[in-house]
Design a binder for this molecule. Sequence first.
Ligand SMILES: [Cu+2]
Length: 134
Amino acid sequence: MKNYNYARALQAALISIVFTGSATTARADIKDYEFQLVDQTVKKGDAIISVRLVHKPDGKPVPDAVIFATRLDMAPDGMQEMATKVAPMPSTEPGVYKFKATLNMVGGWQLSLGAKVQGETGTVENKLVLKATP
Ligand SMILES: [Cu+2]
């Protein structure tokens, strides 16, 4: 009987360790981060695209992320092959990342971003759809 109680206590202790461990992981989950467009539309031609990186659980902007991948193409309008160059610009507001690009066609454009967040493992990967207007 004594051994049985000991086993129960050990099992309870292990379960609480597992739960504590998963709660910690959830708090630091890279999936808690998301890029959002500051403006859904831009004028056709030379444009500045601003995106905000937010930590979703508290809505806070996230500065100093390292953006390592960008692609801007017309996939939303069935023109994946129509891509344009994306150049990073200096940020003027913490958590807001700016890019310069020439959108030479009116319609839907998809901005794909890959980023690393300081102190987090994994990468933030988002695809944002914006509209170029005449
Ligand atoms: Cu096009």
